[in-house]
Design a protein. Structure first.
Length: 420
């Protein structure tokens, strides 16, 4: 494998990974970059329209198989006097779709010049031929690849008048096309039998002249096509890169902003809780909640019971406020690894706050001191960061980064082809 082939493989892999839908163009580009490939002429048309035979006459030797049935079923090539002649199966043979694929490979991938062959006895082009011809004309705009329209087997028409009629109707079907009426049979008879009149009537000389002119344009056309493909691919990759950069940036912004919003929101909730608890935890006088009830009070209400109930209600309110914030940010449940067999315990609230009863000193320490609040923010933020939504966002960012990296790589690789 030579140096170019090795680096081409890298370029292919890199660009194809990002633009798989461009496989065809990449393959064509590869052909164009292999400068040792001679200008390539192929035939396209329906089966039995005389394609193989025409190539043989143009080359001056019977290289390709000719038969009065569907004959050519594989691509065959022959290099003759600096031209690569490529015989292809007839299109729309409908017996084997594979034939069509091969014909299209010759047409789309390999050929610089296409001889579109249509047998005169068929009269007008049919719908499939017309649309293919249009496709090739559109391709010419893009790639500068040339198509010569050949009307073959004209000897099978009754007379000149009928020939005029057929040519006229085909000319109407594709305005602006130069038609090349030919007869391989007349050419062979004229050549072998030394009949100049027959040779002239074969139309082969005129086709050869057109073909020679087209062959002269091939180097220029190849250069144009190569540059056009490189430009198209580069532009597509650049546009993709820009889009991916924007979407990555916006994902990262979202990630950052969500974090800020979660922390700031939580701090606000905690400030509210602190205000709510202040009078309770700093109340003057005896802390009745710490005075245990004895059996003598039975079911009677005591100052201790009342105080403990007040504390419990205030604590519940605090937890409800915090939980509201957690719900808003989707950070309620524990990650799978931390889940227990008791589902009701698998909440971030319980993981952070525990289940122990809280007294004044606990509430003061937890909610009314900076260190307590900082600890809560730290703990809840930890669970927020490993919540499902945050993880998914992180994964999305990672994927975006990888995709962007691939696109950048593809652009770098493609740039290596400039000036090759
Ligand atoms: N009368 C006449 N017959 C021709 C001419 N050119 C080809 N034929 C005959 O038409 C038949 C088909 O020719 P091929 O060249 O094999 O046709 P093809 O288009 O390559 O056919 P596939 O390979 O099946 O797609 C053969 O019998 C040829 O001898 C021509 O100019 N005049
Ligand atoms: Mg053939």
């Amino acid at each position: 494998m030579n140096q170019l082939a090795v680096s081409l493989d890298h370029v292919w892999d890199a660009v194809l990974a990002v633009l798989p839908q461009r496989r065809w163009d990449l393959d064509r580009l590869r052909v164009l970059l292999q400068k040792e490939v001679p200008p390539t002429v192929t035939v396209v048309g329906k089966y039995n329209h005389g394609k193989s035979r025409l190539l043989n006459e143009l080359m001056g030797s019977d290289i390709f198989n000719v038969a009065d049935r569907r004959e050519t079923i594989a691509l065959a090539e022959h290099v003759h006097e600096g031209v690569r002649w490529l015989d292809a199966p007839g299109l729309y043979a409908d017996v084997a779709l594979q034939d069509d694929a091969l014909a299209r490979e010759a047409l789309g991938l390999q050929a610089d010049i296409r001889l579109f062959v249509h047998a005169a006895k068929e009269g007008e082009l049919d719908a499939l031929e017309s649309s293919l011809l249009q496709e090739l004309a559109a391709d010419h705009q893009r790639s500068r690849r040339q198509t010569l329209l050949v009307i073959s087997q004209i000897d099978q028409l009754a007379d000149e008048q009928q020939q005029e009629k057929v040519l006229d109707s085909i000319a109407q079907q594709c305005p602006g096309c130069l038609l090349h009426p030919v007869s391989s049979t007349r050419y062979r008879q004229g050549r072998d039998g030394g009949k100049p009149r027959m040779l002239e009537k074969s139309g082969i000389a005129a086709l050869q002249a057109s073909l020679e002119a087209a062959l002269k344009r091939v180097p220029q056309a190849r250069e144009f096509e190569r540059d056009a493909l490189l430009t198209e691919l580069t532009q597509e990759l650049s546009a993709l890169q820009q889009m991916q950069e924007q979407s990555l940036h916006s994902l990262q912004q979202t990630q950052k902003q969500q974090h800020i919003d979660f922390v700031e929101g939580l701090r606000k909730v905690l400030e509210g809780i602190e205000k709510d608890l202040e009078p309770l935890v700093n109340a003057a006088g005896v802390d009745h909640s710490l005075v245990p009830d004895t059996a003598e009070f039975g079911f009677k209400m005591t100052a201790g019971k009342q105080e403990r109930a007040r504390l419990q209600i205030a604590y519940s309110r605090a937890c409800i406020a915090i939980n509201g914030h957690l719900v808003e940010y989707g950070a309620v449940g524990l990650p799978a690894a931390q889940q227990t067999s008791v589902r009701s315990m698998d909440t971030v609230m319980i993981a952070v706050m525990g289940v122990s009863v809280k007294y004044r000193a606990d509430l003061r320490r937890i909610f009314c001191e900076q260190a307590g609040r900082d600890k809560l923010v730290q703990d809840f933020t930890h669970y927020f960061e490993i919540s499902e939504g945050r993880r998914a966002l992180e994964a999305q960012i990672e994927t975006s980064q990888k995709q962007l990296q691939q696109t950048r790589q593809a652009l770098e690789e493609l740039a290596l082809l400039e000036g090759v």
